[in-house]
Design a binder for this molecule. Structure first.
Ligand code: NAD
Ligand code: UDP
Length: 315
C-alpha cells in the first residue's frame, strides 16, 4: 500500500559504496524517499555524509544476507564487494552476499510488489572468447577459480532474477555493468583506476599486472548512473543489458594516461598477472542504445581528470 503522498520509496542496497552513493545522491535530489542499506564492508558513511541531513534520506546498517521487511516501490540491489581484492578476501561471504542477497531482495520485491534491479556485471562473461560482448553471449567462466565466487555468484543471482520473474511475475531489471570509475572509489579499493591514480599522486610506481596488454573499457560514474536510472524507469524492457563505455584501452595505455594527466614522476613496475584475469573486455551497447536511448558521454581523459581532482583532495 502506498503512503499518503506519491513520493517513490526506494531501497538501495550497498548504498554507501562507490556506485550506491552516487545513486543515493541522484534519487534524493529528485525528491524520492531513499533508504540506503549497507553493512560497510567496502562502503563508508563518509560517502553519504552529505545526505544525512536530508529529510528524505535514511541509512540502515544491515547485511543483505539477512531478510528485511520494508514497504518500498523500487529496490536497487548493489550490495556486493566489487573489487577482486575485496571479493576474494572472504570468497564464501561474497557468494552468500550475491545469492542470499538476491533471494532476500527478490522475496521482498515479491511481497511488496516492488520493481527490483540487479547490479550484475561484465564478469558474467568471464574471460570472453567473443568480442565485443553482447548480451546473448553465455560467457566463458571458470567455475572453480579465484574469481568464481564473484562471477558465479552474480550468474546465479541473474538466474534467480529471471526465475522469480517467470515463476512469480516479479518486476525485474538486470543490468550488466562494465568497469566503472570516478570520485568516491575507496583509495584502497584495489581496482585499477583508483590504484593507478593514488600511486601516481603519491609518486609511487604504478603496479601493472602482466604485460599490460589486457584490455578494459572504462565508464565514468555519472554515465553509468544515468543508464541504471533509465533501466529502472523503463516499463517495457527488463534486460539483461550491458551498460559500459565501448572505448577500449590496454591497461598499459591507462597507466600512461594517468601518469601524463597527473604530471607524476612515477614509473611502472610489472607484477604477476592474477589467475583468470580476463584478456579483453568491451561492451556491445546496441541494446542500451535501442531500448534506453543511452550511451556514455564522458571520454576517458575527461573522467580521469575529475577522478584525479577527487583523489587530490581526499588522500
Ligand atoms: P563498492 O564495494 O564500493 O560497493 C558495494 C557496497 O556493498 C559497499 O558499500 C559494501 O559495504 C556493500 N556490501 C557488501 N556486502 C554487503 C552485504 N552483505 N550487506 C550489505 N551491504 C554489503 O562497489 P561498487 O563499485 O559501488 O559496486 C556496486 C555494485 O555494482 C556491486 O554489486 C558490483 O558487483 C556491481 N558492479 C560494479 C562495477 C564497477 O566497475 N564499479 C562493475 C560491475 C558490477
Ligand atoms: N590491474 C593492474 N594493476 C592494478 C590493479 C589492476 O594492472 O594495480 C589490472 C588487472 O590485472 C586487470 C585490470 O587491471 O587486468 C582491471 O582490474 P580491476 O581489478 O580494476 O577490474 P577487473 O579485473 O575486475 O576488470
Amino acid at each position: 500500500m502506498k503512503g499518503y503522498n506519491a513520493t517513490k520509496r526506494i531501497l538501495i542496497t550497498g548504498g554507501a559504496g562507490f556506485l550506491g552513493s552516487h545513486l543515493c545522491e541522484r534519487l534524493v535530489k529528485e525528491g524520492n524517499d531513499v533508504v540506503c542499506l549497507d553493512n560497510y564492508f567496502t562502503g563508508r558513511k563518509k560517502n553519504v555524509e552529505h545526505l544525512m541531513d536530508c529529510h528524505n534520506f535514511e541509512l540502515i546498517r544491515h547485511d543483505v544476507t539477512i531478510p528485511l521487511f520494508l514497504e518500498v516501490d523500487q529496490i536497487y540491489n548493489l550490495a556486493c564487494p566489487a573489487s577482486p581484492v575485496h571479493y576474494q578476501y572472504n570468497a564464501v561471504k561474497t557468494i552468500k552476499t550475491s545469492v542470499l542477497g538476491a533471494i532476500n531482495m527478490l522475496g521482498l520485491a515479491k511481497r511488496v510488489r516492488a520493481r527490483v534491479l540487479q547490479a550484475s556485471t561484465s564478469e558474467v562473461y568471464g574471460d570472453p572468447n567473443v568480442h565485443p560482448q553482447r548480451e546473448d553471449y553465455w560467457g566463458h567462466v571458470n567455475p572453480i577459480g579465484i574469481r568464481s565466487c564473484y562471477d558465479e555468484g552474480k550468474r546465479v543471482a541473474e538466474t534467480l532474477f529471471f526465475d522469480y520473474h517467470r515463476q512469480n511475475n516479479v518486476d525485474i531489471r538486470v543490468m550488466r555493468i562494465f568497469n566503472t570509475y570516478g570520485p568516491r572509489m575507496h583509495p584502497n579499493d584495489g581496482r585499477v583506476v583508483s590504484n593507478f591514480i593514488v600511486q601516481a599522486l603519491r609518486g609511487e610506481n604504478l603496479t601493472l599486472y602482466g604485460d599490460g596488454a589486457q584490455t578494459r573499457s572504462f565508464c565514468y560514474v555519472d554515465d553509468l548512473i544515468e543508464g541504471m536510472y533509465r533501466l529502472m524507469n523503463k516499463d517495457d524492457f527488463i534486460g539483461p543489458v550491458n551498460i559500459g563505455n565501448p572505448g577500449e584501452f590496454t591497461i598499459k595505455e591507462l597507466a600512461e594516461q594517468v601518469i601524463a594527466l597527473t604530471g607524476s614522476k612515477s614509473g611502472i613496475v610489472y607484477k604477476p598477472l592474477p589467475s583468470d584475469d580476463p584478456k579483453q573486455r568491451c561492451p556491445d551497447i546496441s541494446l542500451a542504445k535501442k531500448h534506453l536511448k543511452w550511451e556514455p558521454t564522458i571520454k576517458l581523459a575527461e573522467g580521469l581528470k575529475k577522478t584525479i581532482e577527487y583523489f587530490k583532495e581526499s588522500i
